[in-house]
Write a protein that binds this ligand. Structure first.
Ligand code: SAM
Ligand code: SF4
Ligand code: SF4
Length: 334
């Protein structure tokens, strides 16, 4: 097991398979910054499936047990089930999941499941079609996204978790409606505090709806009780409905940071390795692979990198830190 100086193991890897997306969510890829002239990665700078699989094997050899595919929008990467099939066959890997906006899920759920994907998380910030169009800034209709959820269940996936980014004055009036939707269908809903990721989303503290406030609102309608003790590496505080209708989680990066248990590395679509979501610099693993280095050499570089990891951005956040340089989430992998 590889541990950092704060005794945090390297346990989970998020792999961004593309920096592109078919949405322009205002909190992630605002169109002013990600317009028609945005320099997305050219194909030869994106990791091939062979390179991703090779790196994933090295990571599993160092103790990684969970891999999550993300992006950008992972379902935009052509032939994604081929990559999933390769990753699912890595001995020692216990969990293989994906986060998606769901737009293309209806047509792909079956092939993803057959390829060996175990779990899905889907983003859902609103149940209002017009608000969805504005907030996610996409021509994809909300109904198409919701039918993706149906397709996931029909394909045999466990009910996907739903990620919801709440923003003050944007969608906070939908807390109960989203909770009801998830409860009725057996999805664990996770409210995520609006974060200062990247430098283009105009983040400010006033737009953050603290998890404690959200939890109080859900609890007032459907009483909640905590689910056990938090596990190492788990970012969501989990609560269960006392009436037995499932769970709801809160990811409180801003008001209750969880850096002490953070065991995640992030591999960007261009093959850079980041040890924190708020990092400005990443290690160029693509260059390293393409220069002909062996798996053993890659493992040694990663071990050394994790061995000097001191990231704890969220615990150190102030009003000034959002002005520090950092990589966009869509590029690094959310
Ligand atoms: N495109 C996929 C999706 O939206 O599910 C996967 C990538 S996306 C970057 C991963 C997650 O990050 C999504 O659930 C999204 O809501 C969340 N996210 C993006 N920007 C965020 C922000 N500023 N604060 C909190 N969560 C954010
Ligand atoms: Fe795309 Fe996901 Fe970012 Fe929205 S949150 S812009 S769907 S990558
Ligand atoms: Fe992990 Fe960085 Fe987030 Fe802290 S701020 S939990 S170190 S990714």
């Amino acid at each position: 097991m590889v541990v950092d100086p704060m005794n945090r193991p390297l346990g989970a890897l998020r792999i961004s398979v593309t920096d592109r997306c078919n949405y322009r969510c205002t909190y992630c890829m605002p169109r002013e910054a990600f317009g028609a002239d945005h320099p997305f990665l050219p194909k030869d700078q994106v990791l091939t499936f062979e390179e991703i699989e090779r790196l994933a094997r090295v990571f599993v050899g160092l103790g990684v047990r969970k891999i999550r595919l993300t992006g950008g929008e992972p379902l935009l990467r052509r032939e994604l089930p081929d990559l999933i099939r390769e990753l699912a066959a890595i001995p020692g890997l216990e969990d293989l999941a994906m986060t998606t906006n769901g737009a293309l899920l209806a047509g792909m759920a079956d092939s993803l499941r057959k390829a060996g994907l175990k779990r899905l998380t889907m983003s859902l910030d609103t149940l209002d079609p017009e608000r969805f169009r504005k907030l996610c800034d996409t021509p994809v209709p909300l109904a198409q996204v919701l039918s993706g959820l149906e397709a996931a269940l029909a394909a045999g996936f466990p009910p996907p978790k739903l990620n919801c980014v709440m923003q003050r004055g944007v969608n906070e009036d939908e807390v109960e409606a989203l909770a009801a939707y998830a409860r009725e269908r057996g999805h664990a809903l996770r409210f995520i505090e609006f974060m200062d990721v990247g430098t283009t989303n105009g983040w400010n503290l006033d737009a953050v709806v603290p998890s404690a406030e959200l939890r109080a609102r859900v609890h007032a309608r459907w009483p909640l009780e905590p689910v056990g003790e938090p596990l190492a590496g788990r970012v969501a505080e989990r609560w269960r409905y006392v009436d037995g209708r499932g769970e709801v989680g809160f990811i409180s990066s801003v008001t209750a940071p969880f850096c002490g248990g953070c065991d995640r590395a992030r591999l960007s679509a261009e093959g850079r390795l980041y040890t924190c979501l708020f990092a400005a610099e990443g290690l160029d693993l693509r260059g390293f692979l393409r220069a002909g280095h062996s798996d053993g050499e890659v493992a040694a570089v990663l071990t050394a990198l994790w061995g000097r990891r001191e990231d704890r951005y969220s615990e150190l956040r102030t009003q000034a830190t959002p002005r520090l340089p950092r990589v966009e989430m869509s590029r690094m992998g959310g």
